[in-house]
Design a protein around this ligand. Structure first.
Ligand code: TMP
Length: 212
């Protein structure tokens, strides 16, 4: 059985990643592909427990370094328990955020060196990278407005980030495309301000050669 394809969806808040992960899985199933949808932080029981540590409590609960280690630990468990077994069973995996979120949020926006994020990933997850990463882009102010609407009343540790932080995250994702360290050829930028069905179609079209 050939290994399944590993896809990640990345971008700032409110880009529509979760909706698109489900829509892409449904579209792939129509092509006869068994697709598993998962998310980070979380996706396995251990990683979901770490997610609660990351999202609950005071904004200053974790230092940037401790937070980076927690994301890497959650990812290690998720990769070992869910992602690799699914890929080796021949399923495709669609992950709502993966290591590029740590590179953008804790790395560029949070001040942790990209080389350190990638070194932790090499150890924790044996360096597993997606076959394709779709960067869903919307203007940061549009994404932030959508996320505020969606999360109304939510009080997680990350809810208090300001507009400047979201702009920094959006800029960070944009820099990964051309950088060799993270394997630049896996990135595809998708305009997520289009109607949702066009966003899904654009991703599917990009992977036409991989479909059975
Ligand atoms: P979510 O809103 O996509 O569920 O993600 C929860 C928050 O965690 C979101 O603000 C992005 C943040 N995050 C990081 O800071 N680093 C990471 O590595 C991941 C996966 C998420």
């Amino acid at each position: 059985m050939p290994r399944g394809r590993f896809l990640s969806l990345e971008g700032g808040e409110g880009a529509g990643k979760s909706t698109q992960a489900r829509a892409l899985a449904a579209a792939l199933r129509e092509h006869g592909v068994e697709a598993v949808v998962t998310r980070e932080p979380g996706g396995s029981p251990g990683a979901e427990a770490i997610r609660a540590l990351l999202l609950e409590g005071e904004p200053g609960r974790w230092s940037a370094r401790a937070e980076t280690l927690l994301f890497a630990a959650a990812r290690a468990d998720h990769v070992e328990k869910v992602i690799r077994p699914a890929l080796y069973a021949g399923h495709w995996v669609i992950c709502d955020r993966f290591v590029d979120s740590t590179r953008a949020y804790q790395g560029v926006a949070g001040g942790i060196d990209d080389a350190d994020v990638l070194a932790l990933h090499a150890f924790g997850s044996e360096g597993l990278l997606p076959d394709r990463t779709f960067l869903l882009t919307v203007a940061p102010e549009v994404g932030a407005a959508r996320a505020t609407e969606r999360d109304r009343g939510a009080t997680d540790r990350f809810a208090s980030r300001d507009a400047a932080f979201h702009v920094a995250v959006a800029a960070a994702f944009a820099t990964f495309e051309g950088r060799a360290e993270g394997s630049p050829e896996r990135f595809r930028r998708i305009d997520a301000s289009q109607p949702p069905e066009q966003v899904t179609a654009a991703m599917l079209h990009d992977m036409a050669d991989w479909l059975p």
